[in-house]
Each structure stands twice: as structure tokens, then as C-alpha cells.
Design a protein around this ligand. Structure first.
Ligand code: NAD
Length: 248
């Protein structure tokens, strides 16, 4: 089950956190994984080496998803060189937190540029080879915050909610081409994004999680690998909650 042998997957923001775990999970299932990193070339090389050491194949490319022309160029190049693109995981994301009344337009613009415009530009580029091949999987990494909101995260919540609407619209638009489009909404995951939160904030968040702990990045990657697989062929327009019971 969930065999991805001979498939090509592209993961944005794959050098650390949920993206890295996703690269590793897809490669373990047999996919050749191309992933992007924004600045940390050393981290990216370590991910490639780790995948290779476990018998998989992966390659890294530098990309700032705010540069939509560069995203489209990279995805077109990958699809042409490797002859296919089966899976896109739009994972790259940022959080610019703070009380909304104090939030500057620049912080909102940057959040939307990375989390929404960046992800949607990658989806548009990935759809071209997928439509031609009449098969494809697009998975947006949204957040539980996009579904339930969170004080201090208005810009982030808006961006992650936007991905849910986009996934549902794209699912309807490309179903005839056999391309499925879904979103995952992780809860509180132990990554660089959450590790530096003040302890009282972490305690409050954990108090709202019935399972009583954070998720590991791998626990987010495994359901993503399922959505990427042939076995998930009838799942489209879905929002897969991976939140330890925080929102049901
Ligand atoms: P992270 O900060 O470790 O990873 C974010 C990734 O996005 C990094 O690889 C980073 O290089 C990349 N990125 C950021 N800006 C970019 C840009 N302009 N261009 C290209 N890449 C860029 O955090 P993470 O927790 O692994 O987050 C991964 C995704 O999961 C994000 O979309 C995040 O919103 C989402 N998420 C995280 C949590 C959590 O609790 N950690 C919960 C729900 C959703």
C-alpha cells in the first residue's frame, strides 16, 4: 500500500520540519523527490544524503516561493527533465504573529505572498504536466489555525484558510483531469516554527490537545504520503485534520 515507486514528487520548503519529514516519507515509499529550500543549502544537502543513505533518491533546489516566475520555471524544468510530475506538496510557509491592531501591512503581505500566492503559483505550474498526464496529486499544508482561528495569528489564519478554499476549488476544477487536490491541517507540531514559542503559550496550546502532546513532523508526513498515493484516488477536496483532537 502507498507505494510511490517511479513517481516524481516536489515538496516546497523540504529542508526542515514538516517538509523534511515529507521528503523522507515520500522517498521511503519509492518516489524520486525534488524539494526546495530557501537559504540553508547545508541543511538541504544533509536531507539529500540522508535519503540516499536509506536507499532513496532526492535532489534539492533553491527557491523563494515569493518569486512565482522562479517557481514556475523550476516546476516546468523538473517535469521536462524527469518526464513527469506526480505529486506537489505545497508546504513552504511562514507565521508573522502579533496583535492585529499592531500588525503592519508588510507582515500581512509577506504572509500572503509566501503562504497563499507562493503555494497557488506552484499548484498552477504543477497542474500543467499533471493535466497532460491525466493524473496528479496536489496537497496543501494548511493549519488547524485556518479552520478555528487563533488570537495573535490573524494574518496566518487568513492565509491558511485561503488554502482550504483554493484546495476545494481546484479539486472541482481538475477532477475531470484525474488530478486530486487536498489540504492537511496540522495542529501543534514540534518544529522550528513552534519550538521557540514562549512556554506559557505552549502550555496553553497543549492544554487544548486531547492527546496531550505535540505531533512529530513524521506524524504529519505519513498522512501526506497517503494522500500522494494511488490508494487515495477517490479523496479530493478534502481537509485532513491531523491535530490530536484539538478540533473535531
Ligand atoms: P519550518 O519553519 O520548519 O518550515 C517552513 C519551511 O518553509 C522551511 O523549509 C522554510 O525554508 C520554507 N519557507 C519559508 N519561507 C519560504 C519562502 N519564501 N520560499 C520558500 N520556502 C520558504 O516550519 P514547519 O512547522 O515545518 O512548517 C511547515 C508548514 O506546516 C508551514 O506551511 C506551516 O505553516 C505548516 N504548519 C506548521 C505547524 C506547526 O505546528 N509547526 C502547524 C500547522 C501547519
Amino acid at each position: 500500500m502507498f507505494d510511490l515507486t517511479s513517481k516524481v514528487a516536489l515538496v516546497t520548503g523540504g529542508s526542515r520540519g514538516i517538509g523534511r519529514a515529507t521528503v523522507e516519507a515520500l522517498a521511503e515509499q519509492g518516489a524520486h523527490v525534488v524539494f526546495t529550500y530557501s537559504v540553508a543549502a547545508g541543511e538541504a544537502e544533509a536531507v539529500v544524503a540522508g535519503v540516499r543513505a536509506r536507499g532513496g533518491t532526492a535532489e534539492a533546489a533553491q527557491l523563494d516561493v515569493r518569486d512565482t516566475t522562479a517557481s514556475e520555471g523550476l516546476i516546468a524544468e523538473v517535469a521536462k527533465r524527469l518526464g513527469r510530475l506526480d505529486v506537489l506538496v505545497a508546504n513552504a510557509g511562514i507565521a508573522r504573529d502579533g496583535l492585529w491592531v499592531q500588525m503592519k501591512d508588510e507582515a500581512l503581505d509577506e504572509t500572503l505572498a509566501v503562504n497563499v500566492r507562493g503555494a497557488l503559483a506552484c499548484a498552477r505550474a504543477a497542474l500543467r504536466p499533471m493535466m497532460k498526464a491525466r493524473r496528479g496529486r496536489i496537497i496543501f499544508v494548511s493549519s488547524v489555525v485556518g479552520e478555528m482561528g487563533n488570537a495573535g495569528q490573524t494574518a496566518y489564519a487568513a492565509s491558511k484558510a485561503a488554502l482550504l478554499g483554493a484546495a476545494k476549488a481546484l479539486a472541482r476544477e481538475y477532477a475531470k483531469r484525474n488530478v486530486t487536490v487536498n489540504a492537511v491541517t496540522p495542529g501543534f507540531v514540534d518544529t522550528d516554527m513552534t519550538r521557540d514559542l514562549p512556554q506559557p503559550v505552549k502550555d496553553a496550546m497543549l492544554g487544548a490537545v486531547p492527546l496531550g502532546r505535540t505531533a512529530t513532523a513524521r506524524e504529519i508526513a505519513a498522512p501526506i504520503a497517503f494522500l500522494a498515493s494511488d490508494e487515495a484516488a477517490y479523496v479530493t477536496g478534502a481537509v485532513l485534520r491531523i491535530n490530536g483532537g484539538m478540533l473535531t
